[in-house]
Design a binder for this molecule. Structure first.
Ligand SMILES: *[C@@H]1O[C@H](CO)[C@@H](O)[C@H](O)[C@H]1NC(C)=O
Ligand SMILES: *[C@@H]1O[C@H](CO)[C@@H](O)[C@H](O)[C@H]1NC(C)=O
Ligand SMILES: *[C@@H]1O[C@H](CO)[C@@H](O)[C@H](O)[C@H]1NC(C)=O
Length: 458
């Protein structure tokens, strides 16, 4: 279906960004507003209720979700007068000049602060009551973003359930969301799914265009995108929990037949560094030998994934195999690269940004039109036939002109296989991707050429 102008369409899915600020080099919030406006970004999610940010967003028409940080959740669960004050100071004080439309109560509590699990729904209920007292219950929805690790048995999607240890809290949360007309907030990351298990989750599946697709053996439904599989796993987990098996319904935003609306409050792809969780590198060098790309966090992959998500929403193709009519409200994580996330400067957590701190784009994307900017999938590889001397000369040029050659140094993650051909291919491809596949960026006087299938030597 063709949707010409989507801003005016109340039923259309909407795109936002997560404006994380775990960094010491970000631009002043006032100067971020023109950046949001120029790029057609109409919704943001912030991870606190910072007054400088909320004032900067006043009178912009941009919708904002604020957050009660995890560290304040106990107070929110146990002290209604604390919550009243919090809502007065952090929502009422700015609304409606600043279009606050949501309060996230905590973030990924089951992963980050499992000790707070039992307090979560009480805190949400208190925030809801405080909003209602101030007449804001219709305008401002209360939710709590859930990490995708809450869903277990997600392959195939039809067998998905919420984890045993959180079934009772999820039941209470979903009842709360249904009663208040709010939405389930989930944070799916195909990036981490692929990085953790590149053998079972091929890059193309994570980037949304896997052929021939993965068949759910229970339903016969075919998945070409793990994001679809994650969205459907979420729908099945809700259905499984709330016990309405076999009942046909339309799921997703706008559904009103006893189901809960779902929004995707974070998804994104890192453009650099290495994946480490719990301080351990994941993926990495061992996968080179098996023909899997040694590093999923590249500018080209981040660009492909972000544009895939934008294009899904902008083209109106928001349904999934299980729920063909579902809407898809998504917040891209994140607005900026954040230099204080993760464990060190080579941690992929720092490179999820759409923008560098100096407000230039990390890669091309277009929130307004979507469409054309998805990168054709091409790679640049060495022509071993030109001989080692020419490869070395070309590699020296690429490494001296912007290619990321750190990873092919001795002991680093892409050092193996230690051949001139493999090292040169890595350097040439890095240069080519950073030049956004420019014509002529993969030649090096004949030492390199473009290929259309991912080569095993990268
Ligand atoms: C809010 O953000 C501004 C701008 O980044 C910062 O200077 C200020 O310290 C923040 N306030 C709080 C309470 O964190
Ligand atoms: C939230 O908790 C932090 C850490 O305990 C505290 O410094 C801060 O004042 C609390 N914020 C509010 C609004 O109560
Ligand atoms: C912006 O920052 C990025 C990352 O540090 C850098 O590569 C780029 O050259 C900078 N652009 C401008 C115009 O300063």
């Amino acid at each position: 279906m063709f949707r010409p102008v989507i801003y005016a369409d109340a039923d259309a899915s909407e795109l936002g960004v997560s404006y994380g600020r775990v960094a010491n080099d970000l631009p002043d919030p006032k100067s971020v507003v023109p950046l949001l406006k120029q790029n057609g970004i109409t919704m943001v999610r912030i991870y606190d209720a910072n007054s400088t940010v909320l004032n900067a967003l006043a009178n912009t028409g941009i919708k904002v979700t604020v957050m009660v940080p995890n560290e304040n959740l106990t107070a929110a669960a146990t002290n209604p007068s604390y919550v009243q004050q919090w809502v007065r100071d952090n929502v009422k004080a700015y609304y409606p000049a600043t279009l606050i439309n949501g309060v996230a109560v905590g973030n990924e509590v089951f992963d980050s602060r499992p000790d707070l699990t039992q307090q979560l729904v009480r805190a949400m209920t208190n925030v809801q009551a405080a909003l209602a007292k101030l007449g804001l219950a219709d305008a401002v929805k209360v939710t709590s973003p859930v990490g995708f690790s809450a869903v277990t048995n997600s392959s195939p999607p039809s067998s998905a359930r919420f984890r045993d240890d959180i079934q009772s809290v999820m039941t209470r949360m979903i009842q709360f969301l249904q009663q208040t007309g709010s939405y389930l907030a989930m944070n799916p990351y195909p990036f981490f799914a692929h990085a953790e298990d590149p053998q079972s989750i091929p890059l193309d599946y994570a980037l949304g265009n896997y052929e021939p697709g993965v068949v759910d053996k229970n339903t016969g439904l075919v998945y070409h995108s793990i994001l679809d599989a994650m969205m459907d796993a979420t729908y099945y987990a809700v259905e499984n929990l709330m016990g309405q098996p076999g009942k046909k319904r339309t799921m997703g935003a706008g559904s009103n037949n006893g189901h809960v609306e779902t929004r995707w409050t974070e998804t994104g792809w890192s453009s650099g560094g290495e994946v480490r969780r719990g301080g351990k590198p994941r993926g990495g060098r061992s996968s080179v030998a098996t023909g899997v790309q040694c590093q999923p966090a590249t500018v080209a992959n981040a660009r492909a994934y972000t544009n895939y998500v934008i294009n899904r929403v902008r083209s109106g193709k928001t349904g999934t195999p299980r729920c063909p009519d579902a809407q898809m409200d998504v917040y891209i994580f994140a607005l900026f690269n954040e230099n204080q996330k993760g464990v060190d400067s080579d941690d992929a957590e720092r490179y999820f940004g759409l923008f560098h701190p100096n407000k230039t784009k990390v890669y091309e994307f277009d929130f307004i039109h979507g469409g054309a900017s998805q990168t054709p999938k091409t790679w640049c590889v060495a022509n071993a036939a030109v001989g080692d001397d020419r490869l070395q000369a070309a590699m020296d040029y690429a490494c001296g002109n912007g290619a990321d050659c750190g990873a092919i140094q001795p002991g680093e993650r892409c050092f193996e296989p230690n051949t001139k051909d493999a090292h040169a291919s890595h350097a040439f491809n890095s240069y080519y991707q950073r030049k956004f596949h420019a014509i002529g960026a993969c030649d090096f006087a004949g030492a390199a050429s473009v290929v259309y299938q991912q080569p095993s030597k990268l």
